[in-house]
Ligand binder design. Sequence first.
Ligand SMILES: Cc1ncc(COP(=O)(O)O)c(C=O)c1O
Length: 401
Amino acid sequence: MDMESVRKDFPTIRKNLGIYLDNACQSLRPDQVIQAMTDYYENYPACGGRSVHSMATKVSVGVDDCRETLASFFNTKDPECYIFTKNTTEGLNTAAFGLDLKKGDVVVTTDSEHNSNHVPWIQLRDTKGIERRFSKSGKTGEFDIESFKSCMDRKVKVVSVQQSNNVTGCSVPVKAVTEIAHDYGATVIIDGAQAAPHMPVDLSKIDADIYCCSMHKMLGPSGMGIMYGKREVLEKLHPLTYGGGTVGLTTYDSVNMAPIPDRFEAGLLNYAGIIGTKAALDYLSSVGMENIESWDTELMKRAMGNLEDVRNLHVVGPEQPSKRCGVLSFNIDGLVSHDIAMMMDSMAGIMIRSGMHCAHPFYVSRAIDGSARASTYLYNSPEEIDIFTETVRKIAETFGE
Ligand SMILES: Cc1ncc(COP(=O)(O)O)c(C=O)c1O
């Protein structure tokens, strides 16, 4: 991968606006994405799928193109199975509340899910009486397939797991999990928020029923997400929101729902976001997801190697860089994570995240207050990693105890 030429495409890097290591939250955006969205706003800022004038037709074609690009990016055949959402959270909520779960139905997740794949199930436990089972992770957060198997029986109606964790980077073998879940007749939902930006994802191989991710973590516009579903699953799923665009014909007392994907996309869509999504996917494909995955590992190797002998520092999650999916969470004895993040910014213009990263049960169950988290992406350079690790060293050796 030609990281130097990649870096030239990102305005915030060209302008030297700091070292951005908060990619697990949102990525930076390249010129290609910004220009595609500006082009929409300047030249055809209309609505798709409704009006029949020329600007609107151009938008409709752009929306169709984006779905086709999604199908090819994730290697599935049917573009209509990709629903535009505002983020992973919306996709996971649509799946959880749309599946018609009943009292006593069991939902299995890991014990390290993001709140987006945790809170909806707690709500369904409280309102409908579903039962929840947790597949227990190892000490460093690694998925344990035996624990997962022990959760499974015929009462399990849904298995909903993250593909990669946003604190430890640990990945779940989603293909194997899907196979096991399907043997029990369960529907499989995958939270791909952290994995889809960092590795090739082949949805035809994984065979999950529903897969959700966020484009703002994949060079795309803020507030853009994708929910993929198998056609037969989407056809049975209830939408989360109803209204204009979701119906064929209504009368005063009846509604004829539109086919997929329209029935899930209520109201006017984020057309600039959809146009920008296609540009982001094209960009990622041109670099190659395999290359991005190995670059993340290279950067993690460098970071973890540099930090090996730092006093007072503790890494949260596995020691192996290849298991970290571009995420390095750590604590320094005697400091709270927000202080570490603020010092990193004021000392060296390094932007990282701090706190519990919406993974509260993971931290609470391990009696940790949170952690600082640096997360890399394709445009981060080895020099940036060295500045980051030197700053961590200074902070740990000066203020740690
Ligand atoms: C593993 C995981 N799941 C879900 C989400 C939620 O993503 P979003 O806020 O884009 O809906 C995140 C966000 O960081 C995440 O890391």
